[in-house]
Design a protein around this ligand. Sequence first.
Ligand SMILES: [Zn+2]
Length: 131
Amino acid sequence: MQRPTFLARCAKCGTSFSRPEQSDFAYGTLLFSTSDGRRHAEVNALEEFPSRVGRLVAEDDFWDALARLADPIHGQTLVADRPCPHCGSTHLADWAGEQTGICEVETVAFERAALLNDNELTSRIHDKLTW
Ligand SMILES: [Zn+2]
């Protein structure tokens, strides 16, 4: 799917970059990014697998747990805290500024994690189990 991108600025390195933002109407969804901050993917918390994870983790840990369980995109793991694509900092000085264009946003998939039972899922969430 395509999403509009908006200007953001990193608080650490000062670089300005474009990134998609959540639609105000996209209830229950969040954008993750690859660990290098260059690609974005949308996840819907109301779908079957995220709902299952929601029953296993505390609310505060939910998005991080989902990102950890997501299938990699182009070999990169996903993170819920979208980092600066230049320095990797997750501290932004500004975001959702001027609209800059449009980018392709993928849909987060959980094909591998969906095969795990609840115990395995919990271990994976707490990083005790590697793929
Ligand atoms: Zn930066």
